[in-house]
Structure formats: structure tokens, C-alpha cells
Design a protein around this ligand. Structure first.
Ligand code: COA
Length: 381
């Protein structure tokens, strides 16, 4: 784990690896069995029988909904899909090259001032904010992407599932049942993952008694990096750059010689493979077969084999997700925002949990800089 002794006799772990930063009842990653559960329910069971909206309810409220509770929740999600007009006007001013993660981060920040409960920070008000954010995220991502690319906004559906509605707002056409189900399962798989970097930064922000939107904005900024959520976009760029299965082996061998990081591989907690990647891979394969585009998974397979043999590293969730998103027809820049529009359920649940038992998160650093420097007046330096 790399605990390092410091002069002060306190220990620290680089990258906080292995450090327990607090309790949580939201999800459990068991690195011994490589299992992931949300509120005690195995992710395999959830992706088999549940839908994203039910998983979001489970994460937020801690239990699976009863029929009437779920009906009410679905209704609230649908009612809250539209975003305020000033946001749409703002996105029209942005350069067409704007990255959708920057648009999402700015959009959520702007949403905060329009939230009807902006001055209330109780548990119940935060639940309402969380539901609104879960509903608004897909609209924000799709509308900001289309507007900055000079296209017309497609208003959210007043029916349809979360997954179906997002694909519709991106493309202007309702997806077929298989595409909807695969996308829905991908959203469930991305919905929550313990104290990962973006969730942790959301909790740090919440712990200062800031507000839900600020905490989520911190999370989005943290997710953007390629060592975290940004990896799915980078993984697909790599697969596209390779282009053909016959070129994959030499490409990856050369990348490893150059000591390049291969995005979509490795994980801080899963050392024997990421269960989410194992769940997603068959979806990428079946979509590829259906569309007559098997080469992306053939390229992936070669990379996977070389990474395991040479580095003992397994693919993480972002590797097969990249191919799923590609085959569903999404532009690469939208992959990390899709991660965010699923993870908002996890982030907001963590913000609420943090505030329910809050203590300021404020670690220490070990000072390793100079000491006893004499001050020299500016004229004499
Ligand atoms: N490609 C090449 N080498 C990798 C690698 C990758 N994707 N992931 C880890 N390694 C190597 C590191 O270079 C390091 O080698 P070294 O000891 O010779 O320096 C070793 O494996 C340990 O990696 P490290 O980065 O210290 O592990 P970590 O636990 O701090 O990081 C990740 C975990 C996820 C940040 C890391 O695996 C990574 O950068 N992966 C690529 C980005 C990615 O896919 N992120 C999404 C995660 S869900």
C-alpha cells in the first residue's frame, strides 16, 4: 500500500491509497471478491432486474421503492426534466469547441441560482434538489451539446425512461428497445462507486456546509480528469486511432515501450478485474455483432490480452463503456458527461449522507519545504 513514515511520526499513504476516509452505507466494493453492491444489492442482480430510476431511488432513500413510491418518483423525474431558459440562452454564447464536461460543470453551477430550495439545506430539501438534478442532468448534457454545435435543442420527452429520453434528446429519434436497455444498464453500472475521487471531492465540499450544487460542481470538475471519468473518452480515441484489429498488437506494444498510460486499464481498488467491465463487455459485443461492427471489440480484445500479459492489468469500467457508447452512436466528447449523468445519483446520495453526520473533512499535510529563511528586501534580491 506504500505507507510512508514522515518526520512527524504520523504516516501517510501516497494518493491516500488504502486510507479509510469515513463510513458510508451507500455502496460496498469488496476487493477480495471483486464484488460491488449498492445498499446491499449486488450490481449483477440490479442490472438484470432493475432500471436506472429504481437504482437512483435505492441510492437516495436506502431501500427499493414500493409501487406507489416509485410511481411518484418517476413522475417527479419527468416533471423536472426541463431546464430554465436562461441556461439555454447562455449555452448559445459558448464556443463550438467547448468540451461538454465544461458545459455541464458551468450548467450545474448556474442551475443553483434557479433552484426553488436554494436557501434551504435540510435533508428533505437536499433530497428534492437531488431528484431535480438527476432529472436535469440529461437535459443539460444534450441541450448544451446541441446548442454549442449550432443545432436546435430537442425538448425532453414527457414520457419514456431516463435512458430513452437522453438518447432521444441527443438524436431526435426514440431508440429501439435493445439500445435503450443496454444504455439503461450502463447508467446503473456507472451510478455509484464508494469514495472515488469525484464523490470524495463532493463530500469535502459538502462538509464545509456549502450547498448541494457546489458539491456536485466539485464532483464534475474532479470526474473530468483522464485518470477518472475522462478515461472513457480517451479509451475510445485510442481504439479509433488503432483503427484495425491487425494494427492493435504493434500499437499497444509500442505504447508500452514508451511507458504510456493506457486509458481504461487498472484500478485503485480492483486488482483482479473490475466487475463492471465484465458486466459491460457482453453488451459491447452484442451491439457490435448486431451492427456488423465487431472490429472495435476485436481491437479491445488484443489490447486486453497484451495489458494482462505485460502489465498484469485488467480493463476497468471505462474500457467496454467506451465501445458501448460508440456503438450507440454518441460522439466521444459526450462519454464522460454520460458517466456524470449516471453518477449524479451516487454523488447526491453521498452529499446527503455526509450532511446527515457531518464533520468537516480537513486532513493535514507534512510540510517538506524550506525553514528559517531570512527575509531579504526586494531591492537586494
Ligand atoms: N497503463 C499503463 N500502466 C499502468 C496503468 C495503465 N492504465 N495503470 C497503472 N499502471 C502502472 C503504473 O504506471 C504503475 O507502474 P509503476 O509502478 O511502474 O510506476 C503501476 O501500474 C501502479 O499504478 P498507479 O497509477 O500507481 O496505480 P493507482 O492505483 O494510483 O491508479 C489508476 C489507478 C486507475 C489511476 C491507474 O490504473 C490509471 O491511471 N489507469 C488509467 C486511467 C483510467 O482508466 N482511469 C479510470 C479508472 S476507473
Amino acid at each position: 500500500m506504500g505507507n510512508t513514515e514522515l518526520k512527524s511520526q504520523k504516516s501517510y499513504s501516497p494518493g491516500l491509497e488504502g486510507v479509510i476516509a469515513g463510513p458510508s452505507q451507500i455502496s460496498e466494493i469488496d476487493p477480495r471478491t471483486d464484488h460491488l453492491t449498492y445498499r446491499g444489492y449486488d450490481i449483477h442482480e440490479l442490472t438484470k432486474y432493475s432500471v436506472y430510476e429504481e437504482v437512483a431511488y435505492l441510492l437516495l432513500f436506502g431501500t427499493l421503492p414500493k409501487k406507489d413510491e416509485f410511481k411518484k418518483f418517476l413522475n417527479e423525474l419527468i416533471l423536472n426534466r426541463p431546464i430554465p431558459q436562461p441556461l439555454l440562452e447562455m449555452f448559445k454564447q459558448f464556443p463550438s469547441s467547448s468540451h461538454p464536461m465544461d458545459l455541464l460543470r458551468t450548467g450545474v453551477s448556474m442551475l443553483s441560482v434557479f433552484d426553488p430550495d436554494r436557501t434551504v439545506h435540510t435533508h428533505d430539501a437536499n433530497l428534492k434538489k437531488a431528484i431535480r438534478l438527476i432529472a436535469q442532468f440529461p437535459t443539460l448534457v444534450a441541450a448544451s451539446f446541441r446548442l454549442t454545435r449550432g443545432e436546435k435543442v430537442i425538448s425532453p420527452l414527457s414520457d419514456g425512461t431516463h435512458a430513452e429520453n437522453f438518447i432521444y434528446m441527443m438524436k431526435g429519434k426514440r431508440p429501439d428497445a435493445e439500445a435503450t436497455r443496454i444504455f439503461d444498464r450502463t447508467l446503473m453500472i456507472y451510478a455509484e462507486h464508494g469514495f472515488n475521487a469525484s464523490t470524495f471531492s463532493s463530500r469535502v465540499t459538502a462538509s464545509t456546509l456549502s450547498d448541494m450544487h457546489s458539491a456536485i460542481t466539485s464532483g464534475i470538475g474532479t470526474l473530468k480528469g483522464s485518470l477518472h471519468g475522462g478515461a472513457n473518452e480517451e479509451a475510445m480515441k485510442m481504439i479509433l486511432e488503432i483503427g484495425e484489429p491487425s494494427k492493435a498488437k504493434s500499437w499497444i506494444d509500442e505504447a508500452l515501450v514508451q511507458k504510456r498510460k493506457i486509458m481504461g486499464f487498472g484500478h485503485r481498488e480492483y486488482k483482479k478485474g473490475d466487475p463492471r467491465a465484465r458486466l459491460l463487455k457482453p453488451f459491447a459485443e452484442s451491439l457490435g455483432k448486431k451492427m456488423g461492427q465487431t472490429k472495435w471489440m476485436e481491437i479491445s480484445e488484443v489490447i486486453e490480452k497484451v495489458m494482462l500479459k505485460e502489465k498484469n492489468l485488467y480493463p476497468n469500467v471505462d474500457f467496454p463503456a467506451a465501445v458501448v457508447f460508440y456503438l450507440l452512436g454518441f460522439p466521444t466528447e459526450i462519454y464522460t458527461p454520460i458517466f456524470a449523468l449516471a453518477r449524479i445519483a451516487g454523488w447526491s446520495s453521498h452529499v446527503i449522507e455526509q450532511l446527515d453526520h457531518n464533520r468537516l473533512i480537513r486532513p493535514e499535510c507534512e510540510y517538506t519545504g524550506k525553514r528559517d529563511e531570512p527575509y531579504i528586501p526586494i531591492e537586494q534580491r
